[in-house]
Design a protein. Structure first.
Length: 134
């Protein structure tokens, strides 16, 4: 199983030219390794791309991506990671999506398919990241 970050799905769904090929290929490769999952937060981040939840659900089904609710333990861990972020001078005043995704991956020992590894590497070093070579 693999948690898929929003940026990868946006590449595939709306065809970000720079990254679409990498993201399509990465999704294909990870689907062979097991289920493709998104968290509640990724679902919410994708919502603005669709006029109805039925259309979003259909797009996810076409990609064979399933919603997996964030476990309570991961919600707690996300809050703790946000506390570290703020202590280090992070300017955001509310918990960032990456903290929810990273904590979910950490608690369930799932890799994350993403193009943006920065916060995951910093706050969830135990999580395997599948990302493009930079």
């Amino acid at each position: 199983m693999t948690l898929v970050d929003t940026n990868v799905l946006v590449d595939v769904l709306i065809g970000q030219a720079d990254w679409r090929a990498w993201s399509v290929d990465a999704l294909d490769r990870r689907s062979v390794a097991g289920d493709l999952l998104i968290t509640d937060v990724v679902y919410a981040e994708l919502a603005p791309l669709f006029s109805t939840s039925d259309l979003l659900d259909a797009a996810l089904a076409a990609l064979d991506v399933a919603l997996r609710r964030i476990p309570e333990q991961a919600l707690f861990q996300a809050g703790r990671a946000f506390e570290q972020y703020r202590r280090k001078g992070g300017p955001r005043l509310s918990v960032l999506a990456d903290f929810f995704i990273g904590a979910h991956a950490s608690v369930e020992a799932l890799p994350i398919l993403t193009r943006d590894t920065r916060r995951y590497r910093t706050y969830f070093p135990d999580v395997e990241l599948i990302a493009p070579e930079r």
